[in-house]
Design a protein around this ligand. Structure first.
Ligand code: BGC
Length: 440
């Protein structure tokens, strides 16, 4: 692997509902993912996050794994329903105790904690009052962010507000394939605005409490028109505006892209865009794959059609492996936003593999090594081309609950045996440890 700049921040990422389990411990309230996963037919094989990787009880062992790996940072998420079981009002101190201990455990090993405040596990009580369709949720989110910073802000200075608001909007509220399972199509658009408003308000609350580096994490994708014709180009432009521009444009330029349903939208009030444009210190980017888009069929309810990318390797999920897409994405963002683009952290990148342990229980996940190696080389080329990238986080430390796909997809550097909770570092873990040891 090429040498990255000195000080480049190497890390791994996880998320609360995907690893913690312990859904009833210490006063945690129900989240939309508890409700969704317990609704028959919503998650593959009826899997739930009730136990997941039992990280809530086994976190010291997981922090040991981070220390052995040699990462300098750990991106985890904080479960809002542990902190405010009803989504607002009094803070549950026991819920915060868990993160307090985790932060101390990380710092003792010289690992920088980088918490995400919201990785999709909305308190069910907040959903019951409209969830992110309700403007009030933005204000509740900022209050929750302030409560967490009041407790952890003496040791945590780097924060991520939201994880992938586009995916939460699309899968959770437009198509209904994730919690809360609402299939509102374009009627879901207020969810975009309210998440962004909550983000801006939270940035201000965190700054007021001493945060030095605040960012949001977006899922970004380079969009490839299916063919050379103008209809494919137009469809690709609309897709790009929804997936990338809807969240980045207002944050970085103070304007929404031209999109159906967004001009003169009644839910955008005077002053909102100033809040949304509150400067961030960095931008978190999750990259998995490019998206190939063509003109929609006559019957399509959408103004575009997402098409397969053929002729390249695929992950166990069937996602195309295109490392060069990460280079194109980085350079594309720089060219699009110029001086308005803050420094970038790749806050997630990784793949699921069909892991089969050998007789000794070892996992030879060469496909993951190839994936990571290829993407890191592409990222290095982007840095060489002048894009300001400050860090890279692998998704994920552990195999975990992959949302609607339950436990069927394994993204970890470490295998989790869900019957015994035994952790076994895979070959990719050993590969990354050696690669990090060789970095400046
Ligand atoms: C999410 C993760 C998820 C990963 C792989 C991202 O969209 O932030 O929670 O597990 O992709 O699907």
């Amino acid at each position: 692997m090429p040498s990255f700049p000195p000080g480049f921040l190497w890390g791994v990422s996880t998320a609360s509902y995907q690893i913690e389990g312990a859904v009833h411990d210490d006063g945690r309230g129900p989240s939309i993912w508890d409700t969704f996963a317990h609704t028959p037919g919503r998650v593959r094989d009826g899997d739930t996050g009730d136990v997941a990787c039992d990280h809530y009880h086994r976190w010291p062992q997981d922090v040991e794994l981070l220390g052995e790996l040699g990462v300098r940072a750990y991106r985890f998420s904080i479960a809002w329903p542990r902190v405010q079981p009803d989504g607002s009002g009094p803070v549950n101190p026991k819920g915060l105790d868990f993160y307090d201990s985790l932060v101390d455990g990380l710092l003792e090993r010289g690992i920088t904690p980088m918490p995400t405040l919201y990785h999709w596990d909305l308190p069910q009580a907040t959903e019951d009052t409209g969830g992110w369709l309700n403007r009030d949720t933005a204000h509740r989110f900022a209050e929750y962010a302030a409560a967490v910073a009041d407790r952890l802000g003496d040791r945590v200075t780097r924060w991520i507000t939201l994880n992938e608001p586009i995916v939460h909007l699309a899968e959770g509220y437009a198509f209904g394939t994730h919690a809360p399972g609402r299939a509102l199509m374009f009627e879901a658009l207020p969810v975009a605005h309210h998440q962004l408003l909550g983000h801006g308000l939270a940035v201000r609350a965190l700054r007021a409490r001493g945060a030095t580096e605040v960012m949001i994490t977006n899922n970004c994708t380079p969009v490839l028109p299916a063919g050379p014709g103008p209809q494919d180009a137009a469809a690709a432009a609309v897709y790009d505006a929804f997936h990338n521009g809807l969240f980045l444009d207002p944050m970085l330029t103070g304007r929404y892209p031209e999109l159906p349903g967004m001009s003169d939208a009644p839910f955008i009030r005077d002053g909102d865009l100033d809040v949304i444009r509150t400067p961030v210190d960095a931008l978190g980017v999750n990259y998995y794959q490019p998206t190939r888009v063509g003109a929609p069929g006559a019957e399509s309810p959408l103004p575009f059609e997402v098409l397969p990318i053929e002729g390249v390797p695929q992950t166990a999920f069937g996602w195309p492996v295109v490392p060069g897409g990460l280079f194109d994405l980085m350079v594309g963002l720089r060219d699009r936003y110029g001086a308005a683009l803050p420094p970038i952290y790749i806050t997630e990148n990784g793949c699921s593999t069909d892991d089969v342990p050998d007789a000794d229980g070892r996992v030879h996940d060469t496909a993951r090594i190839d994936y990571l190696d290829g993407h890191l080389r592409a990222l290095h080329r982007a840095i060489d081309s002048g894009v300001d990238v400050r860090g890279y986080f692998v998704w994920s430390l552990l195999d975990n609950f992959e949302w609607a796909d339950g436990y069927s997809q394994r993204f970890g550097l470490v295998r989790v045996d869900y019957d015994t909770q035994r952790r076994t570092p895979k070959d990719s873990y050993a590969w990354l440890r050696s690669a990090l040891a060789a970095q400046p």
